[in-house]
Design a protein around this ligand. Structure first.
Ligand SMILES: [Zn+2]
Length: 161
């Protein structure tokens, strides 16, 4: 995936940490999402076309003032969001002005990366539709993950580390 160059160094570090947390939880490098930071032309992608399927995924940084964001909210019947996976679950949109802490940013990116790995919403873990659990991968999350992805023998929740 390409991490849009609007993200600052700290946000990029949190994205990489979340990718790694899924690798640790699944005990498998197969869950590793290779990322590349930014691109040469900052205008290359916009929130308008964030759901387009491509040869590679993009992690977009958007704002609630973006027309693209407003369009999606309208399509969702006025339902706002902080993060969303789309484009055949290849892309992620992080709505930065609706995310007010590092902790929340981390929970949301962990959740959205779950979608990138094919996970659906489920109660009791990080895949709850309204992200409110600890910023770790719960038993229910890793169980769902391993049903659809390859996991190693030591796949586990990361919540008690
Ligand atoms: Zn979700």
């Amino acid at each position: 995936m390409v991490i849009e160059n609007k993200f600052d160094t700290n946000e990029v570090a949190l994205i990489r940490k979340a990718i790694n947390e899924w690798v640790v939880a699944s005990d498998s490098d197969e869950s590793l999402i290779f990322t590349e930071e930014g691109f040469n032309n900052p205008g290359e992608f916009t929130v308008y076309d964030w759901r387009k399927e491509r040869d590679f995924g993009v992690i977009f940084k958007g704002f609630s003032t973006d027309i693209g964001y407003k369009q999606i909210v309208a399509e969702r019947g006025g339902k706002h969001f902080r993060g969303l996976a789309g484009g055949g679950n290849d892309n992620i949109l992080m709505v930065s002005d609706r995310i007010d802490s590092e902790e929340l940013f981390y929970k949301i990116i962990l959740h959205e990366i779950g979608h990138i790995h094919g996970l659906s919403h489920m109660e009791g873990g990080i895949m709850e539709p309204q992200v409110k659990r600890d910023g770790c991968i719960h038993e229910v999350d890793i169980k769902q993950f391993c049903e659809i992805n390859d996991c190693g023998p030591n796949a586990r929740s990361t919540c008690e580390d």
